[in-house]
Design a binder for this molecule. Structure first.
Ligand SMILES: Nc1ncnc2c1ncn2[C@@H]1O[C@H](COP(=O)(O)OP(=O)(O)O)[C@@H](O)[C@H]1O
Ligand SMILES: [Mg+2]
Length: 399
């Protein structure tokens, strides 16, 4: 069997070159990220010499459902003192998201011209609403019922990919570096892969096979919310609004003093930490009311700075060649890429330039993780999450 470590980005064939033959090697990856912008689905064919994305789509979350997801994350329903447990609402969200995941999976299967029976298993990440490692009772909760999805599609579902890692003392995140290594690692140079989702994470793929991966801090989660409040748009397209503002040095200084940025890896974070409440606390310390576009410029700079300093700390020999590859929705934010490139003093390219659509890399990851679990293959996250041993990631629910 071909292992992931022998894949190359050029092996991933974009959606469009559809093989309609029923194959035992088709797996479907499904997730909704921290941005809660939509459900990403990708069908990946692992039966050949190389994996191929044969169909992929994003199904937007409707406004009301997205608000409920964000409210639950924001409130840190389980974490903040005084927050109440609204179990009927949490359960309803779990069920509704399960149905939405099923709809996205079935649409993707239909668009590929396949029958559900052609898919070996679905890898469901779900929607994270709580992620808290490094506490006496660490945990990571994803909503979107595995059981609803399995029943609605008739396909076995693998889910809960983070929980065993956490039970083994790991952070449970990030999981993407194993796929990044398989796709992008090189013998002749170091490679940094930056995933700019709601939260940003970096995978460091050293020439000698060294792999490090961790969340660097906020990315789109703060940018999106500020843009929604002040522009009335879901996000700041291309970072153009941020580019029209000026960084507020006092604000950038206090934001960047958050302990998280100084913590050593392994580390992972989420909206429990980086949210509007966190931003408001810092804004209140300013001597005068800031212009909204200047706050956006500062948040974008904070993202670029936190990613760049994480990479610089890993880059023992700055003169040596380094590839910086960006994926996730933030790969479409040209101003953010420009700032990152400037701070790192190196070229930053979208993963599209390496043959992988930046919007579907994580969906491919969950398809691959489903395959690993389905075939009884362990994954080794020790160097990334700090878990104590390789393990089988995920549980299987059959329809
Ligand atoms: N053209 C664009 N310009 C700026 N930002 C964009 C653009 N397209 C997408 N994004 C950002 O990407 C986010 C979605 O990224 P994604 O990788 O799906 O994050 P997550 O994994 O957290 O859901 C959007 O919410 C938005 O902030
Ligand atoms: Mg998303």
């Amino acid at each position: 069997m071909r292992t992931a470590s022998s894949w190359r980005a050029s092996d991933i064939v974009a959606a469009g070159s559809v093989s309609r033959s029923v194959s035992s090697g088709y797996y479907l990856g499904l997730l909704s990220g921290t941005s809660a912008d939509g459900i990403d689905a990708a069908i990946v064919d692992f039966s050949g010499r190389s994996p191929r994305v044969i169909q992929a789509l994003t199904q937007p979350l409707d406004v009301e459902l997205r608000q409920r997801v964000l409210a639950l994350m924001q409130r840190g329903a389980f974490a903040q003192s005084g927050a109440s447990f609204n179990w009927p609402a949490i359960n309803a969200l779990d069920q509704r998201l399960g149905k939405h995941f099923a709809k996205a999976a079935l649409s993707c299967i239909q668009q590929a011209g396949l029958e559900p029976g052609a898919i070996c298993a679905i890898g469901l990440h779900g929607q994270t609403v709580f992620h808290q490692p490094l506490t006496p009772n660490p945990g990571s909760w994803q909503l979107g019922s595995t059981f609803v999805l399995a029943q609605a599609t008739g396909i076995p579902v693998v889910s809960q990919f983070r929980q065993m890692d956490m039970a083994l003392g790991g952070q449970g995140a990030p999981l993407a570096p194993v796929l990044h290594q398989a796709l992008f690692a090189r013998n002749d140079r170091d490679v940094a892969v930056v995933n700019l989702g709601g939260i940003a994470n970096v995978s460091w793929l050293g020439r000698g096979g060294r792999i490090v991966g961790f969340d660097t801090g906020p990315a789109n989660c703060l940018l999106d919310e500020w843009a929604q409040q002040h522009l009335g748009r879901q996000y700041d397209d291309g970072g153009r609004w941020a580019a029209s503002g000026h960084v507020i040095p006092d604000l950038l200084r206090t934001l960047s003093q958050d302990d998280y940025f100084r913590q050593p890896a392994p580390k992972s974070t989420g909206r429990e930490r980086f949210n509007q409440h966190w931003l408001q606390q810092h804004l209140q310390r300013l001597s005068s009311a800031p212009r909204p576009e200047d706050v956006q410029a500062t948040l974008l700079e904070l993202t670029a700075w936190s990613v760049a300093q994480a990479i610089d700390n890993l880059r023992q020999t700055p003169a040596k060649p380094l590839d910086v590859i960006v994926c996730g929705g933030g790969a479409h934010n040209q101003f953010l890429l420009d700032r990152l490139s400037c701070l790192l003093n190196t070229i930053v390219v979208s993963s599209a330039r390496r043959g992988v659509d930046p919007d579907y890399l994580e969906a491919v990851l969950f398809a691959w993780l489903a395959k690993q679990r389905w075939q009884g293959q362990q994954i080794d996250l020790r160097a990334i999450t700090g878990s104590s041993r390789p393990h089988l990631a995920g549980i299987i629910v059959r329809p």
